[in-house]
Design a protein around this ligand. Structure first.
Ligand code: HEC
Length: 201
């Protein structure tokens, strides 16, 4: 038991020694309010929740991806101890639909609210990695994550700003970009939902 504990804390020491200075130095002006320590504490907690197999894969990720996971944990104010990614995605879909219908109804206030909620979507138990196919938990496959985050969450925040100003055409264009991000991430990590292994190819 104590042996296992030691391993896990050594793992964190490695992870955090690499990511803390990077997370500190990379905080851009707009994100200076983000506290990397909060992100790291949460990533530590996520690591404890993972199986040893996934821990090994997570440990082998590049410093940039580790730094990105810390950034995500610091950025999102809502975190769940029980929900899965599929459940969170259902919430994301509800906010996405609320955004779209508010835009079509020229309701910039409601569109902005839904967009900000989407950008700060809940994080599932254990973070993102446990819900990725295990063979995709590597630096190369995960390297698309920062771009996906920028298109979907950055795009939602830009949509919120446009909608609030009453620029509904601009908001609609941002909605198109956000959609591109949802689709790209699903093509990369998910494939066809609910595919059965009990059907002939
Ligand atoms: C970082 C990559 C990523 C992004 C970006 C992303 N998704 Fe997903 N999404 C996933 C993955 C992975 C799953 C499969 C989760 C699972 O089955 O465990 C999924 C599943 C879903 C599901 C199915 C949930 C269910 O009930 O099984 C919906 C709906 C969904 N996403 C909506 C969205 C919408 C809407 C957006 C854009 C606003 C979006 N997603 C952006 C990765 C992403």
């Amino acid at each position: 038991m104590s042996h296992r504990k030691l391993n896990v804390s050594t793992l964190f020491a490695c992870l955090l020694a690499i990511t803390l200075p990077m997370a500190m130095s990379s905080a851009s002006a707009g994100e200076s309010k983000l506290d990397p320590k909060v992100g790291m504490q949460f990533v530590q907690k996520q690591m404890v929740q993972m199986t040893p197999e996934l821990q090994q894969k997570a440990k082998a990720l590049s410093p940039e991806i580790k730094q990105f996971l810390v950034h995500v944990a610091a950025k999102h104010s809502r975190k769940s101890d029980t929900l899965t990614l599929a459940q969170v995605m259902q919430e994301v879909l509800a906010d996405y639909q609320a955004m779209a219908s508010a835009i079509t109804m020229d309701n910039g206030e409601a569109a902005a609210e839904a967009a900000r909620r989407l950008a700060d979507h809940r994080l599932p138990r254990g973070g993102l990695l446990p819900y990725m196919p295990i063979n995709m938990v590597n630096t190369q496959d995960l390297s698309v994550l920062p771009a996906m985050e920028e298109v979907v969450e950055g795009g939602s925040l830009r949509l919120a700003e446009a909608a609030e100003k009453g620029d509904m055409i601009g908001a609609a264009e941002h909605l198109g970009n956000v959609t591109r991000g949802c689709v790209a991430c699903h093509q990369h990590f998910r494939g066809q939902p609910g595919a059965s292994t009990l059907l002939r190819k």
